[in-house]
Design a protein around this ligand. Structure first.
Ligand code: PA5
Length: 444
């Protein structure tokens, strides 16, 4: 279902870039299949599209229906792996303007993914006169950004509806057994959904973490899972014709040959947050032990007028991966203009997608000529099934390349450093010595 084309990277790759890695890829495949590699305890996502909890899935669909009936807005609170996947799918399948199109009937606002006072005030204002609910998503329950946001929105909800009714409007997605949010959800009687132990945040979009907000946005989550299942079955087949093997081998070979940055290119504005999700997936998975391709993302053609110069002629550190969707949802013909002041009559009657296609083809060749290897991932469309397939494809490639790079693709030890400093500076109990040390370094 997902197609891979590395032909425009071949001039940068040794002829045996794939064949020389087949044994290593088979080793990586077995590690993913059996959970026997580094971080193997976190490979629950590998068979998730087949083995997901069907009872919980039905509860997610029922909860989404209830929320769509009793609410005009849903505030989704979470950060990182507990946020990006849901937003990526909602925007890619629907639109970044989904709250304006009103196709869905339910507005969705994402909160707790930063510490901006202005952003929080804006959401508070936008929901003030509406009926609304909360989906708080946090495995630990103690991540500062969502925990602070949850306090604030929970208070607002209780002020509006009273404690009893507010409880029925809070949906908690958290650890099955432990953690601060789990304790609170049990005590308050919120409806609960599970962040599975064997699936890290950045691989969790196809669990309740992503599925509840995605279902609330009116996206067909059964089709999403079906697309992921088809990808899972196709990518489990070993061999050189496996598109994930080809992509993983090419990425690894280009990295080994000195490329340090992978730019994910989309031509759809709705793809922007998929790029954000993809950056977390690859950045947190590969970026450790002084290794890893730095994941960046751009939106063409818009960014050809800003980042295009650097990509064409700057430091030769990059490779490009374009994600292309075969179908648009409609067509727009370019009108004829009798005055032809802009000289565009040679395009009159042509479809806008034809213009976009030629822009993409021309850009690929220009960048290849400029020393940027290009790879193309093609998905059938932006529908839920295709997006499910694309998600699984990215996750699987990430797991494979992680093992080719000989790192643990499923941990994120580096994320703790900033958190510990922030806790210390905020005066969290237990961090007194650290606080003194940091304040001295900061001169305060
Ligand atoms: O990938 C990760 O582990 C992180 O991005 C986490 O998902 C993020 O920090 C949120 O953590 P939690 O769900 O515990 O609030």
């Amino acid at each position: 279902m997902i197609q891979m084309d590395t032909s425009n990277a071949r001039s940068f790759l040794p002829a045996d870039f794939l064949t020389s890695r087949l044994d290593a890829l088979e080793g990586a495949r077995q590690k993913l299949e059996t959970g026997s590699g580094l971080g193997g305890d976190f490979t629950g996502w590998v068979h998730l599209p087949r083995d997901y909890d069907k009872e919980e899935f039905a509860r997610i669909q029922a909860a989404a229906q209830r929320i769509r009936q009793d609410s005009q807005a849903l505030v989704v609170i979470g950060i990182g792996g507990s946020y990006l996947g849901a937003r990526a799918v909602v925007e890619l399948v629907n639109s970044p303007n989904f709250n304006l199109t009103h196709k869905n009937g339910l507005e969705i606002y994402f909160a707790g993914n930063g510490l901006s006072t202005d952003a929080m005030l804006e959401v508070m204002e936008l929901i003030r006169d509406k009926d609304w609910s909360i989906n708080v998503i946090s495995k630990s329950g103690t991540t500062t950004e969502p925990a602070v946001a949850f306090r604030i929105f929970k208070n607002l909800l209780e002020e509006k509806y009273g404690k009893e009714e507010a409880r029925k409007r809070i949906y908690a997605t958290t650890d099955a057994k432990r953690g601060a949010l789990k304790g609170l959800a049990d005590a308050e009687g919120y409806e609960e959904f599970v962040v599975p132990d064997a699936i890290g945040g950045r691989y969790s979009v196809l669990t309740a973490v992503g599925l509840l907000p995605i279902a609330c946005a009116g996206v067909d989550i059964a089709a999403l899972m079906e697309g992921a299942r088809e990808s899972m079955e196709a990518l489990a087949v070993p061999g050189a014709s496996n598109p994930a093997w080809e992509y993983a081998a090419a990425r690894h070979a280009l990295y080994t040959a000195g490329k340090k940055i992978e730019i994910l290119v989309g031509y759809e504005p709705s793809f922007r947050f998929f790029g954000e999700w993809w950056k977390q997936l690859f950045g947190e998975s590969e970026g450790k032990e002084g290794k890893g391709l730095f994941p960046a993302s751009v939106e063409f053609t818009a960014d050809l007028h800003s980042m295009g110069q650097y990509i064409q002629e700057g430091e030769r550190l990059m490779l490009e991966t374009v994600v292309r969707f075969q179908k648009s949802s409609g067509s727009i013909a370019i009108p004829h203009d009798p005055d032809n002041v802009d000289g565009l009559n040679f395009l009159a009657g042509k479809d806008l997608s034809f213009v976009a296609e030629q822009a993409m083809r021309g850009t690929v060749l220009a960048h290849v000529d400029g020393g940027v290897p290009n790879m193309m991932v093609t998905a059938p469309g932006r529908d839920a099934k295709s997006v499910g397939a694309l998600i699984y494809f990215c996750e699987y490639v990430c797991g494979l390349t992680g093992y080719l790079m000989e790192i643990n693709p499923f941990n994120q030890p580096g994320v703790e450093a900033y958190k510990n400093n922030m806790y210390a500076l905020l005066g969290k109990p237990g961090y007194e010595d650290k606080k003194a040390e940091l304040e001295a370094r900061l001169g305060g």
